[in-house]
Ligand binder design. Structure first.
Ligand code: PMP
Length: 436
């Protein structure tokens, strides 16, 4: 997955001299593990709203980046950050109202769940901490994740991120389940089928003497290829893991903060109250801010016996940024915008899929949409998806790809994307498909 749509170093001769120098310098300084997107990598220097600009001033419509979720360099967020950075930045071992004001405002977005929030700097750290809490509380170690899940890069979490590929081992006490059913004949099959797999995984753990700690899922199944529907399908699987003594961890790094349009959190679409919720990416609009929300009883013993300190996590600058992000989502009605523009995009993509056989099923919620790219025989078309992603980049529109075959177009813009910008993307995709 980490190599999806990646620039290959053999392509360097096709770049202009300035970009060749930058790529070579990057390889020399950062080493071989880093990836660049696109056959022609972008050299970006500025961003505003849902647009980014390259070094020669060309604008690109950004339908890929969910981190600058309220818009690139949003002035209210930048001002909050600068103001707090000019006043005080310190860790969480001192009293500071800003941190508490933010925690209060954040927790108010989860009215159904009595909770604490613990701050981290990345989504990986959040999942790692959630896993430690789940293991401590359940007394188990086994974790169920989807077959092509991605949850982050710490040692424990990389082992629960099979989309990283075969070189990265899957934990011995993990069990993998398939992503929800594709094109189900009856929507109610989806939840039952997913829960049946979770029950089978729990039975297999039992057989091998492994006690379950958690079912950990991205509630939009991003890396598995984007599966949102039918709402509610996750509830039966979450109940199954709890029945077996494990916890349900909702990884909201992708769907959280209003992206699904209908709800603020992805798990709310499923009528669920998770035991633990992990947050990241959009939380700080680009500032490294992430966290774990957990039901208080789960962390009682862990809190007393293990304690928790994260030098940068939830510092006053991060808290000011996080608060500003929540204020913008509310003031600008971005969740409603995600619903409105997301519906427009889904309808437009559906019409394109009816005209072009290369496009298959359109799935998603709000401003997170996946579209299958298929070959003449209706099979996953990895190269076709890559061609479309690169052709759109040349048209000035940025999207990505996901799924086990990397053939699912991943459309995930900042939540401030306007209807006109959505139409511009649909026109560009139409033009690119007509040529391919
Ligand atoms: N969970 C999910 C679902 C993610 O998509 C990601 C990042 N792609 C992470 C966790 C890890 O977040 P981070 O990169 O901030 O560590």
């Amino acid at each position: 997955m980490l190599k999806v749509n990646a620039f290959e170093s053999e392509q360097i001769a096709t770049l202009d001299a300035a970009r060749q120098r930058l790529v070579e310098r990057r390889q020399r300084l950062l080493g071989p593990a880093y990836q660049l997107f696109y056959d022609q990598p972008l050299h970006l220097v500025r961003g505003r709203g849902a647009e980014v600009f390259d070094s020669v001033g060309r604008a690109y419509l950004d339908l890929y980046n969910n981190v600058p979720s309220v818009g690139h360099c949003h002035p209210h967020v930048v001002a909050a950050m600068a103001s707090q950075a000019g006043e005080l930045n310190i860790h969480t071992r001192y009293l500071h109202e800003g941190i508490l004001d933010y925690a209060e405002r954040l927790l108010a977005t989860l009215p159904e769940m009595p909770a604490h929030v613990m701050f981290t700097c990345t989504g990986s750290e959040a999942n790692d901490l959630a896993l430690r809490i789940a293991r401590d509380h359940s007394g188990g170690t086994g974790v169920i994740v989807t077959r092509y899940a991605y949850h982050g890069i710490t040692m424990a979490i990389a082992e629960l991120s099979p989309s990283m590929g075969e070189y990265v081992p899957v934990a011995g006490d993990a069990r993998l389940v398939d992503a929800p059913l594709h094109r189900p004949q009856r929507p109610e099959q989806v939840g039952a089928q997913f829960a049946a797999q979770v029950r089978a995984a729990l039975a297999d753990m039992r057989r091998h003497g492994i006690r379950p700690a958690a079912l950990l899922v991205d509630t939009l199944f991003t890396s598995d290829g984007v599966f949102a529907d039918p709402p509610g399908f996750l509830a039966e699987a979450a109940a199954a893991v709890r029945e077996a003594g494990g916890l349900f961890i909702a990884d909201e790094v992708q769907p959280g903060f209003g992206r699904t349009g209908s709800h603020f959190w992805g798990f709310q679409r499923h009528g669920l109250v998770p035991d633990l919720v992990t947050l990241g990416k959009p939380m700080g609009n680009g500032h490294p801010l992430a966290g774990v929300i957990c039901q208080p009883h789960l962390v009682e013993r862990f809190g007393q016996c293990a304690a928790y300190f994260n030098t940068f996590g939830g510092n006053p600058v991060a808290a000011a940024v996080g608060l500003a992000v929540l204020e913008v989502i509310e003031a600008e009605g971005l969740q409603a915008n995600a619903a409105r523009v997301g519906a427009l995009l889904q309808a437009g993509l559906g019409s394109l899929a009816a005209r072009y056989p290369q496009l298959g099923e359109v799935r998603g919620a709000g401003l997170f949409i996946g579209v299958d790219v298929l070959d003449d025989e209706g099979r996953a078309d990895t190269r076709g998806a890559r061609r479309l992603v690169n052709a759109l980049r040349d048209e000035g529109v940025l999207i990505g790809a996901s799924g086990p075959a990397s053939n699912v177009l991943k459309i995930r813009p900042p939540l401030c994307l306007s209807a006109a910008q959505g139409e511009r993307f649909l026109e560009a995709l139409d033009a690119v498909l007509a040529r391919s």
